[in-house]
Design a protein around this ligand. Structure first.
Ligand SMILES: Nc1ncnc2c1ncn2[C@@H]1O[C@H](COP(=O)(O)OP(=O)(O)OP(=O)(O)O)[C@@H](O)[C@H]1O
Ligand SMILES: [Mg+2]
Length: 316
């Protein structure tokens, strides 16, 4: 059992102890492959003729897919409106910052280096540079940033970024990877695609907070179809590259999970995170016709699945 909603479990326990029926109780647990599944269960007590309690009868439904789908639709709508709003603001702010940046620099240089004026203008200039950096990051998740599509082998893109990740990963963390060379060709901006992987892995590293941990990175081909088994509501039918990053860190509760892709949502200390890593990642993946799915539970780690459409006709 991985759900930690203790109040709900208490109510259920009370129903069971008092042999009452219960309806639509939702919980999550890991299946034998270690994947988190959401279940909904309804049960009724049954008794023999003499009124002796014999047990519960009921049925359990797996609601993992519908949960994901619900999230994905609201997420996409949210990103579209927030993306254009933030993009518009960031664009205007960029234009406003430009003269502050240039003029503060010019005026600073007109004063001797050890004067108060020089130092004050230096501070203004530095603050302006930080504001510009933030604006750049906002532009990256909004639709305003430009990107250059190229038909590339997704295996090469991931392998290259993985090398970089392996060179910077702290020693408390073990990374295991399984990348299929035959995943296929994608039409993407390679640098932005690598940013997606880096942002997701960076979060996993942060989540361990220096404690030992494992991250599993895998790449394979996945078919998205129309049956309930293979459908992903926000994706067109077809073949996709599926990049999975799974960690065995502390995981997230349902409330956090619902907000992780929101721009500026962070659970980190002020100054530690801006909350733009995942919103940037999902913004990039949406622009490429894909999606990111996240699943997690407290104490059970987190799994992120990135789907990117494969170019048709290039099968290997
Ligand atoms: N692997 C993970 N395990 C646990 N929590 C996670 C994981 N990945 C993301 N989160 C949660 O999602 C939040 C949002 O992540 P996001 O990358 O968008 O922002 P951030 O990491 O807080 O800041 P930034 O990426 O801008 O430095 C995190 O603050 C954290 O609470
Ligand atoms: Mg992050």
């Amino acid at each position: 059992m991985v759900d930690k909603d203790e109040a709900a479990w208490k109510v259920l326990q009370d129903d069971l102890d008092n042999r009452r029926p219960f309806r639509n109780f939702e919980y999550c647990r890991k299946d034998k492959d270690g994947e988190i599944r959401y279940k909904r269960v309804t049960g009724k007590p049954f008794f023999d003729r003499g009124g002796v309690f014999l047990g519960y009868r009921g049925y359990t439904t797996d609601i993992t897919e519908s949960r994901r789908t619900e999230h994905e639709f609201t997420q996409r709508n949210k990103m579209e409106s927030l993306g254009s709003l933030a993009g518009g603001i960031a664009h205007n702010l960029n234009n406003t910052l430009q003269p502050i940046m240039i003029l503060s620099q010019m005026t600073r240089d007109a004063f001797p280096a050890d004067s108060d004026e020089h130092q004050n203008l230096q501070l203004i200039n530095q603050a302006c540079a930080r504001a510009k950096e933030l604006v750049e990051r906002i532009l990256a998740f909004s639709r305003e940033s430009s990107y250059q599509l190229r038909k590339v082998d997704i295996y090469e893109i991931v392998r290259e970024e993985l090398e970089l990740i392996l060179s910077i990963v702290p020693t408390n963390i073990t990374i295991r990877s399984r990348l299929s060379k035959k995943t296929g060709i994608v039409d993407v901006d390679p640098i932005q695609t690598q940013t997606v992987l880096m942002n997701i892995v960076a979060n996993a590293i942060d989540a361990f907070e220096g404690k030992p941990g494992r991250i599993r990175i895998s790449l394979s081909r996945a078919r998205v179809g129309s049956s309930s088994e293979t459908a992903i509501a926000t994706l067109k039918k077809g073949d996709y590259a599926k990049l999975t990053v799974a960690d065995n860190g502390p995981g997230m509760d349902e409330k956090t999970l619902r907000r992780i892709f929101d721009p500026f949502f962070t659970t980190k200390q002020p100054g530690k995170g801006t909350g733009l890593g995942l919103s940037t990642a999902i913004g990039i993946v949406y622009k490429h016709g894909g999606t990111i799915r996240a699943i997690s539970a407290p104490g059970e780690g987190a799994t992120f699945e990135v789907f990117l459409p494969l170019v048709q006709g290039k099968d290997s």
